[in-house]
Ligand binder design. Structure first.
Ligand code: GLY
Length: 367
């Protein structure tokens, strides 16, 4: 539990995702010998941690600065990125200097985007502080901001020099955030690693009632293993297909319907909550298309239910959901494309399913 584990993400510049506790001594190896100045970016709610990272960097010989961002998705804007560029310019950040993003997915997306764009690209390290950030957002080099045109439409593939998943950060997360992160964990289980599903099934009651202050040593070990296994799946996929030419699309399981739900809910749902109901929809679609057994569809429902995640959605908004799915990045012209399963760990693509099938899957998840 205290010994960190490591997953290497291969690619043009391979990097490690380290999972454990008290990992800041890993930073110099990730930042490299040439970085002199380091900008640590974090949201207001994580000031204490952000300043601790800055202090640790100063102790380790860097000229380290702290930059506070607005909280949550509000920070992922062109204006906030411009503010970051301005401060980097004032401080004279050069191409050999670096950025560290400390926070949830919105923070690491923004920090990575600023790193990708400053001087056409400087080094950066992600320190995700949410479960969803550790198993998804911070790994794989997708960086970006939201604009009026939509979420994550402006960005760059810019892998970090390393990712530090300090499990201590999970101690203060509330149940809803842990469950939302577990939705992405379950997704990696369904697309690639049945052992994840077994582990989550066995410990679902304790995970659902997550309380970081009183969690048992066993539960912490389970979480560490779930993070490790999920990162391994993601690392394998993005190591092979960084820029989403094909394989990486499987990470979007549950996301076509899920993104439509998020939009319909005006982004008031957690991403993972929308992905949970999205996986049930896409499992029902796979069943209706004759690809997936009823038992695996039922497994989706029972597992996600056991974690307290939504498995149904309101019945009165098919048209806007369909319109939103048509805008999905996987769509080709008028053809909707889904990632579906033939079995656990057997993802395939479903292109242009009949409208009747799409609507019948909606009926199956409607309440
Ligand atoms: N979150 C999906 C991906 O990184 O491709």
């Amino acid at each position: 539990m205290t010994t960190p584990t490591r997953v290497t993400v291969s690619g043009a510049t391979p990097y490690d995702v380290v999972i454990g506790r008290d990992l800041l001594t890993e930073l110099p190896a990730m930042l490299g010998a040439s970085a002199q100045r380091v900008m640590v970016m974090f949201p207001w709610a994580l000031q204490e941690l952000g300043h601790a990272v800055q202090a640790s960097l100063v102790e380790q010989g860097y000229e380290a600065y702290a930059y506070e961002l607005p909280d949550a998705e509000v920070q992922k804007t062109a204006q906030v990125a411009a503010d970051c560029w301005q401060i980097l310019g004032k401080l004279g950040f050069t191409r050999s200097d670096a950025i560290v993003g400390v926070g949830g997915g919105a923070t690491t997306d923004l920090a990575g985007f600023v790193a990708a764009t400053w001087l056409r690209g400087v080094k950066w390290v992600a320190i995700p502080t949410t479960l969803a950030g550790m198993v998804d957002a911070a790994v794989g080099g997708k960086t970006g901001i939201n604009t009026e045109e939509g979420k994550n439409l402006v960005g760059a593939f810019w892998p970090p020099q390393g990712v530090l998943c300090d499990l201590t950060a999970l101690a203060t997360l509330d149940r809803r955030d842990i469950a939302a992160g577990l939705a992405e964990v379950v997704k990696t289980g369904f697309i690639s690693d049945a052992a994840i599903l077994d582990l989550v099934t066995e410990h679902a009651p304790a995970l659902r009632d997550w309380d970081g202050a009183s969690a048992s040593g066993e539960l912490w070990s389970v979480l560490a293993e779930l993070v490790h296994r999920s990162v391994l799946v993601k690392a394998t996929v993005v190591g092979e297909d960084l820029t989403e030419q094909g394989l990486r699309e499987i990470l979007n399981y549950g996301h076509t319907f899920g993104h439509a739900v998020e939009r319909q809910e005006l982004y008031q749902w957690r991403h993972g909550e929308a992905v949970a109901v999205g996986m049930v929809y896409e499992a029902e679609l796979a069943y209706l298309a004759g690809k997936l057994s009823k038992e695996i569809v039922a497994q989706h429902r029972s597992l996600l239910d056991a974690l307290g995640l939504p498995t149904t959605y309101r019945a009165d908004c098919w048209e806007p959901l369909l319109a939103a799915m048509r805008r999905d990045k996987k769509a080709r012209g008028n053809l909707l494309r889904f990632v579906i399963l033939e079995d656990v760990a057997k993802p395939i693509r479903l292109e242009g399913p009949e409208p009747t099938l799409l609507e019948a899957a909606y009926a199956a998840v409607s309440r």
